[in-house]
Design a protein around this ligand. Structure first.
Ligand code: ZN
Length: 179
C-alpha cells in the first residue's frame, strides 16, 4: 500500500520531481491541445486575441518548479518526520470505513476552498500583494504553464492546508491523492 510515512529518503527526494512531472504532463497536454493543435481553430474562443510570450512561459515554468519543490518539502515535513505522529493520517481503510473514505474527499475540497478563499483575500491586501501574490498575477495572459506559478511565499501559504487537513480529520492517502 502507498504509505508516505514509510518512504525512504530517496523516495522523498523524488517527491518534488513527481509533483513537477505531474504538472508538466497535465500542462503539456492542455498546451498542446489549446496552444498548438487547435491554436487557430479555437482562437475566436480565447478572451485575449494574443498569446503569451516565450518569456512568460519560462517565468511560469520556473516558478512552478520552485512550487513543486516547496510542496514536496511540506509533504515531507508533514508525513516524513515525527510530525506525522500527531496527525490523523491513516493507511488502513477499515480503520474508518469506506463511507468515511468517500465522504472525506468532498470534505477536503470544501475545507481547502474555504482556506484558499481567505488566504487569497489576504494576499490581495496591498502590503501583502506585492510581496507574495504579484508573481502569480504577472500571468495576465495565463497559459496552462501558469498552474503552479506562485511566489515561494505563496506556495508555502498554499501548502499550509496540508498540515491543517492532517490535523483536523482522519485522512487516507487516497483522499490525499484525489485532493
Ligand atoms: Zn489573486
Amino acid at each position: 500500500m502507498f504509505n508516505p510515512t514509510e518512504f525512504s529518503a530517496f523516495q522523498w527526494l523524488l517527491m518534488p520531481l513527481f509533483i513537477f512531472g505531474r504538472y508538466v504532463v497535465l500542462s503539456a497536454v492542455l498546451y498542446f491541445v489549446f496552444y498548438v493543435w487547435k491554436r487557430r481553430a479555437w482562437l475566436y474562443r480565447k478572451i485575449q486575441q494574443r498569446f503569451p510570450t516565450p518569456t512568460d512561459y519560462q517565468r511560469e515554468i520556473g516558478y512552478s518548479a520552485l512550487t513543486s519543490l516547496i510542496f514536496g518539502v511540506v509533504a515531507w515535513l508533514c508525513l516524513g518526520t515525527s510530525f506525522h505522529s500527531i496527525t490523523q493520517f491513516y493507511t488502513d481503510i477499515d480503520q474508518y470505513g469506506v463511507a468515511w473514505l468517500i465522504a472525506s474527499i468532498p470534505l477536503t475540497l470544501l475545507i481547502h476552498d474555504t482556506y484558499f478563499y481567505w488566504i487569497h483575500r489576504f494576499m490581495h491586501w496591498p502590503p501583502v500583494y506585492r510581496l507574495m501574490h504579484l508573481t502569480h498575477h504577472r500571468s495576465v495572459n495565463p497559459s496552462p504553464w501558469a498552474a503552479f506559478a506562485f511566489h515561494p511565499l505563496e506556495a508555502v501559504a498554499e501548502a499550509g492546508i496540508i498540515p491543517i487537513l492532517l490535523l483536523v480529520m482522519p485522512l487516507h492517502p487516497i483522499s490525499f491523492l484525489v485532493l
